[in-house]
Design a binder for this molecule. Structure first.
Ligand code: HSE
Length: 413
């Protein structure tokens, strides 16, 4: 019999327990042995829960119980999750987690401990919620050199952008709706500023390229500055604005990586991903593009990934099958100013003809966009592909009358 402990009885923790007991019989067949959740750790009391007898408040009860072979950490954040996970692995227990902040910050170190102790550290639920993506990259696409990964990795921002695009409501109102529906946190910073997506692309990049990519080395922008004017111009370009986390293999063993709102043409599968859904496109040198789509958050989808990792950990309890990557200096992350893409740019103008001449001088041939509500006092256009640094220099070179240009990168997926 394999005995499991669940750390945290919040949304994902309660979902994990629910899925576990709902499907227990089947899970035991898959694991090849009887299973039970012996402990649930939470600081709160749940006297009316059917699992009331399993609750403990002291992590040491779990750590010091030799019957516990798998610990499921679904608390989130670094404190106290990092200490709990590190101690559990060091004590020879396998750990599964949904905690992207933990994996993005400490993944290399925790994977190393797991390997040394011949136990498993699995984190399928940390990216894409219920979408299988970690195991597929690690185990099904391993014949490929991964050229690029690009994903809509945050459901909250995708919901907000979908509202702006479909219903024509501004960012603030769309955020309020997301909060009312329980998608966005009261403090939405991690979602709307791109930090959550950043942690997720770091995990995918580390996995695909074999070296830990730390969030601090990733250029990260959120969606707070996106306006309905830009949504409308980009609609006329037959494209959508999406918050994209992307990583690209470059030459000399380097990668480019970033999180930012991007213009995605309607023919891309990523452009059709709406509401709280996530999608991750993996471009392999043998497969070409493979796209994973589904619910990237929520109680039961995330619990599905956690429970599936619990089963894998039980099945492979005698060998360390942990995915692995090495710790690293961040020298293989290419400075973002070398990133190349086309750019959507919107500027204020006084006279259209002379403004277009200036634009041509600086940016070369561009494609001008217009919309129903196009303002005669502005120009919107899409440039050719160029380096980030050049795009910044050219924008800085626009004369004063052009105002502060709005720039959104255009990606080709
Ligand atoms: N806040 C995250 C999202 C939850 O909106 O996608 C899942 O990581």
């Amino acid at each position: 019999m394999a005995k499991i402990a669940v750390l945290g009885y919040g949304v994902v923790g309660s979902g994990t327990v629910e899925v576990f007991y709902k499907n227990k019989e089947n899970l035991e067949k898959k694991a090849g042995e009887p299973l039970d959740i012996k402990y649930i750790l939470d600081v709160r009391d749940f006297p009316d829960s059917p699992y009331a007898d399993k609750f403990v408040k002291d992590f040491n009860v779990i750590l010091n119980d030799p019957e516990i072979s798998v610990v499921s950490e679904v608390i989130g954040g670094l404190k106290p999750a990092y200490d709990f996970v590190k101690s559990a692995l060091t004590a020879g227990k396998s750990v599964v987690t949904s905690n992207k902040e933990l994996v993005a910050a400490k993944g290399a170190e925790l994977l190393k401990i797991a390997k040394e102790k011949n136990v498993n550290f699995f984190f399928e639920a940390s990216v894409g919620g219920g979408i299988p993506i970690i195991k597929p990259i690690h185990a099904c696409l391993e014949a490929n050199e991964i050229d690029e990964i690009a994903g809509i990795l945050n459901g909250t921002t995708n919901f907000i952008l979908t509202k702006m695009i479909r219903d024509g409501i501004g960012f603030d109102e769309a955020l309020k709706t997301a909060q009312e529906l329980g998608y966005a946190e009261r403090n939405p910073t991690a979602d709307v500023e791109g930090f959550d997506a950043c942690r997720k692309i770091c995990i995918l990049a580390s996995l695909a390229f074999g070296r830990h990519v730390y969030p601090e080395s990733v250029h990260t922008e959120g969606i707070t500055k996106i306006t309905l004017d830009d949504v409308s111009y980009i609609d006329s370009y037959n494209a959508k604005i999406k918050l994209i986390g992307c990583v690209r293999r470059e030459d000399k063993g380097e990668i480019s990586i970033g999180v930012f709102p991007a213009v995605i043409k309607d023919e891309s599968q990523l452009a059709g991903v709406n509401d709280v859904f996530n999608a991750i496109l993996v471009r392999g040198d043998a497969t070409g593009d493979v796209v994973f789509y589904g619910k990237g958050a929520g109680k039961l989808p995330t619990a599905s990934a956690v429970v599936s990792d619990i089963i894998s950990a039980v099945k492979h309890s005698d060998t360390s099958r942990s995915l692995t990557w090495a710790d690293s200096e961040q020298t293989f992350v290419r400075p973002f100013e070398e990133f190349t893409c086309a750019n959507y740019i919107r500027v204020s103008i006084k006279d259209s003809e002379s403004a277009k001449a200036t634009v041509k001088e600086l940016f070369g041939d561009v494609e001008y966009l217009s919309t129903k509500g196009s303002n005669s006092g502005e120009l919107a256009f899409v440039t050719d592909v160029m380096r980030e640094k050049d795009a910044l220099d050219k924008c800085a070179g626009l004369p004063d009358g052009f105002g502060v240009p709005v720039r959104i990168r255009v990606l080709d997926y």
